[in-house]
Design a protein around this ligand. Sequence first.
Ligand SMILES: Nc1ncnc2c1ncn2[C@@H]1O[C@H](COP(=O)(O)OP(=O)(O)O)[C@@H](O)[C@H]1O
Ligand SMILES: [Mg+2]
Length: 245
Amino acid sequence: MLTIQNVSKTYSKGNVKAVDNISLSVKKGEIFGFLGPNGAGKTTTIKMITGILPIDEGEITICGYDIEKDPIKAKMSMGFVPDTHDIYERLKGIEYLNFIADVYEVPSDVRKERIDKYLEMFDMKKAAGQPIKSYSHGMKQKIIVTGALLHQPPLWIMDEPLTGLDPKSSHLLKEEMNNHCANGNTVFFSTHVLEVAEKICHRIGIINKGRIIAVGTMDELRKSQDSSLESIFLSLTEEGSGADA
Ligand SMILES: Nc1ncnc2c1ncn2[C@@H]1O[C@H](COP(=O)(O)OP(=O)(O)O)[C@@H](O)[C@H]1O
Ligand SMILES: [Mg+2]
């Protein structure tokens, strides 16, 4: 579904090697949690997966399509929720959703049904008629999530999706992630909320200083029966810093 092979990225500004030779493979039907401390390289990796940043070395494929050689097909296969909410502020929610549905070529009868379903679910029916600039952070997030799911992408990618959501919206989003996977699709998301990752992910990858330092199911990552993800995460990321010091 998603393969990342020996991918590296250095930002010329500051000469930072943000992603250092990482490889990952995410299978169909999986919820994969991408964890790491601030500045670990999560957003940089996600920007390369989604074709926002060019890849320095290595390759990334989505549903078999190379993001750099076959960008349109690769992008049509995914839905993306970025960590920022720079969104078309002057559009009304409904105008934004119709615009996104046009971009992803969702037929009008299908789009209406899906838009109605999500607006209802996220309690956004009334807000959809208002300009996005009047929305709170959580409301912008809900409109972006809806837009990302309108074409029912096989791969759903989200960068820190739960940040700023109230408990109800966060619960709904987690449920939608489960539904998406239960329908045979795949979810890849970054988070620093370890409890969420522990609860909903089938597999977890931990990145630190641009390198993948652990990948596996919770059971595989657990060193002993009683380790929480938090203690595994802290010990691994601290070991990483120790080795570099
Ligand atoms: N546009 C940029 N220019 C220069 N350095 C950057 C840029 N974006 C991120 N970085 C650096 O790359 C590293 C990884 O950042 P990022 O991928 O945003 O991490 P994360 O999402 O895990 O917090 C950090 O050291 C960060 O300072
Ligand atoms: Mg980030």
